[in-house]
Design a protein around this ligand. Structure first.
Ligand SMILES: NC(=O)c1ccc[n+]([C@@H]2O[C@H](COP(=O)([O-])OP(=O)(O)OC[C@H]3O[C@@H](n4cnc5c(N)ncnc54)[C@H](OP(=O)(O)O)[C@@H]3O)[C@@H](O)[C@H]2O)c1
Length: 254
């Protein structure tokens, strides 16, 4: 994608990976608007990056998405990039739990799956009017090879990988390109609220700055499925080399 000259909305842009991407795009001169649930976090990030804007936006709430989309497209008519970054992750152990933790399962599905479907659908009528637009969906290396302590999270990311392929295909004759960005394990707050850290074998989290540099370099290419750093081997061990050909074969021109 073209990484300059855009007006970009990033969900979950107040902290973590979203903030890293927001600041990198901001430094390149793009107009950047960040969204999230905690106003104080958004305000601090915007204050540290003069010219960056923010909106309180809950990607798990249909009402918030409807209101936020209306406000953003009205305030920023040139908005042409939406980065679906907001995500949550919880551990579940079906071997030991007495009951399903409905609240955390619902938050993973509402944010990681329904949030991306709703945000994409809400912005598409506007994006299709732009001469060049992009949707970037954040998945994970764990979309391709799950880590079993996060069984629902990994399945939500596999969902988004599959959905992103179909969305890209359906939009191929519009002005909207669709990119999947799959991070490896990155040092953020994502797993901070977990009862205990998962065992990651020999793997270490990538520092956020290193991830951001690698992700921006990948986004600046023509690539559409972008596993970053350690996410590459998790991707390659699951996605067969002929997968793109088979996808084209069963989809044809439909
Ligand atoms: N860190 C990793 O190792 C890793 C690896 C692979 C993929 N990813 C993916 O990368 C994305 C960002 O992860 P991260 O590590 O940066 O997580 P993070 O540090 O926990 O940050 C998540 C951000 O999303 C926001 N958010 C959460 N729920 C939201 C909602 N319903 N509506 C709007 N904003 C919401 C949070 O702000 P509020 O709480 O204020 O809303 C926060 O700013 C996620 O999709 C994650 O699955 C992360």
């Amino acid at each position: 994608m073209n990484t300059t000259g855009n007006t970009i909305f990033i969900t979950g842009g107040g902290s973590g990976i979203g903030r890293g991407l927001a600041e990198a795009f901001h430094k390149l001169g793009n107009k950047v608007i960040i969204g999230g649930r905690r106003e104080s976090v958004l305000a601090a990030t915007a204050a540290a990056n003069p010219g960056m804007e923010f909106i309180v936006f809950d990607a798990a709430s249909p009402e918030s998405i409807t209101a936020g989309t209306a406000e953003l497209t009205q305030r920023f008519p040139t908005l042409n990039v939406v980065i679906n970054n907001a995500g949550v992750q919880w551990q579940h152990n079906f071997a030991t739990q007495a009951v399903l933790d409905e609240t955390s399962v619902a938050s993973e599905i509402d944010t990681n799956i329904l949030g991306i479907l709703r945000v994409s659908a809400a912005f598409l009528p506007h994006l299709k009017q732009q001469p060049a637009a992009t949707i970037v969906n954040l998945t994970s290396g764990l979309a391709f090879t799950p880590m079993a302590v996060y069984p629902v999270y990994c399945a939500t990311k596999a969902f988004v990988h599959s959905f992103t392929m179909s969305l890209r295909h359906q939009l191929r004759e519009t002005s909207v390109r669709v990119i999947e960005l799959a991070p490896p394990w990155v040092a953020t707050d994502l797993a901070a609220a977990q009862p205990e850290q998962a065992e990651h074998g020999d793997m270490k989290p990538l520092p956020l700055a290193d991830f951001t540099t690698a992700a921006m370099a990948a986004l600046a290419t023509d690539g559409e499925e972008l596993p970053i750093a350690n996410a590459q081997f998790l991707h390659d061990s699951s996605v067969a080399p002929q997968a793109t050909k088979v996808f084209a074969m069963i989809n044809g021109a439909h």
